[in-house]
Write a protein that binds this ligand. Structure first.
Ligand SMILES: [Zn+2]
Length: 177
């Protein structure tokens, strides 16, 4: 009897702890990132909200550029800008970007860190994932979070959380699009 109860509890726990990834059925691979999302529309909205001038100039010459191409180009271009600004070039940069809602971003943050907040984006070191609220993001917010990725993956011994935040805010303020 006790065994059964334990078994049920264990199953309940496993169900609760199941990864969210299976819900995120869409996947886009860029040079550095794997972007995951639930609906095609989320990628369209994300692309619409991230404005990168150098990409728009380049776009005029191209004939059939898809939304996926645009997102790939924008993400890679922002990473390059961050690397140039900070003079750090991680050799093999790999991370995930999860496009979702603000409520889901906040739920994930609470799951990982046990703290309530109203964040619209954050980078989780444990699984190298940037969680993003699609309807709140812009190129500056994205650059801030991608700076956390670059710093985390460049330094063998990452700087303190305070120093990482200073660097992310420096990039957010000085990056040009
Ligand atoms: Zn930050």
């Amino acid at each position: 009897m006790k065994q059964h109860t334990l078994h049920r509890v264990l199953i309940a726990f496993l169900l609760l702890a199941a990864p969210v990834a299976p819900c995120f059925s869409h996947e886009l691979q860029t040079r550095h990132a794997t972007v995951v999302y639930q609906q095609e529309d989320q990628l369209l909205r994300f692309n619409h909200r991230i404005s990168v001038t150098s990409f728009s100039r380049h776009k005029k010459d191209a004939r059939a550029i898809t939304v996926s191409d645009e997102v790939r180009s924008k993400l890679d271009s922002i990473i390059e800008k961050i690397e140039v600004l900070l003079h750090v070039y991680p050799g093999d940069l790999k991370f995930n970007v999860l496009l979702t809602t603000a409520a889901d971003v906040q739920r994930h943050y609470k799951d990982y860190y046990g703290i309530d907040n109203e964040y619209i984006a954050f980078y989780c070191r444990q699984n190298r994932t940037v969680f993003i609220s699609v309807d709140d993001v812009n190129e500056y917010v994205l650059a801030h979070e991608l700076t956390h990725v670059v710093i985390d993956q460049y330094f063998r011994d990452p700087p303190s959380a305070t120093m990482q935040e200073v660097l992310a805010q420096f990039v957010e303020t000085h990056i040009e699009f």
